[in-house]
Design a protein around this ligand. Sequence first.
Ligand code: A2R
Length: 320
Amino acid sequence: MTEQKTTVLIPGRMHPRALERLNAAFDVVQTTAGAELDLPAETLEKIRGVATLNGMRAEWIDKLPNLDIISNFGVGYDGVDAKHAATKGVIVTNTPDVLNDEVADTTIGLLINTVRRLPVAETYLRAGRWEKEGPFALTPLSLKNRHVGLLGLGRIGLEIAKRLEPFKVKISYHTRTERKDVPYTYAASLMELATSVDTLISIIPATPETHKIINADVLAALGANGVFINVGRGTSVDEEALIDALKNKVIAAAGLDVFYDEPRVPSGLFDLDNACLLPHVASASVPTRNDMADLVVDNLVGWFRERKVLTPVPETPVKG
Ligand code: A2R
């Protein structure tokens, strides 16, 4: 007789390595986007685990009476209702730490690309303009003598700060709780941070508290030499205010890897030559995404084999 495998739901897309390993370990039910929970009642009852790319709403959780665990692919789990999961005794896990270095490296690349306009310079060369028209225009902005403010100094923010040190920039930060273990200057509010720095890097999660906190006033406080970089979540930004600030030179430039309503990017941003835009690629290398995929699977396997998970989120702490 064959052993009955535990049933795991994948609502929508999944990383191929995670999919392969999940198929080997579990009885996998994969649904399509738009029909994530369109399953017969007997299948819904069998589902004990979920592997997701940041999508598990409260009403979906409610449809799964025997759910134990939701394993999220990504450190940000704002698309998973972890508070609701907690009320149902459902564990939520995410993929912290394994992506810190990749995201921090990308952040430095995006900052330099934004300030020194390297993607624009490459386009200039590839269009044959260097030979025809002469050297690419000098960039008005430089990283030299900048004062960088980090909004968020958690696992990823700290790696960004460490990488900024050799660039000889001044470093400040704002978080709700001051850190006693870092040499950087603390600002008690976002406004205080934006007023004191000329470069703001956002690496905070999407929460009700962080919704559109980077607004017209914050951008104005950065000033005309100001540079804004976002590698956290697009929901932290009032995008209309950002487009206005870039258009009217309230700030000098922005580098964005994340957007309010991904993958839709406001057309106003496409028109701006002082915006450097990336399609949410900060952690998107094969090795890093493989590590994230393994952590998604290891959390599920650990739970169903030994009642142990590696990386539960704070809303659903696991005892023992
Ligand atoms: O506020 P604190 O002391 O909890 O510091 C956290 C900070 N943070 C905030 N800072 C200011 N105002 C807020 N309302 C606020 N909420 C959170 O963000 C901490 O310094 C940082 C988050 O750090 P971690 O939890 O270690 O997250 P990690 O791994 O650095 O990833 C950050 C985010 C993810 O949630 C994804 O959305 C994105 O980066 O990939």
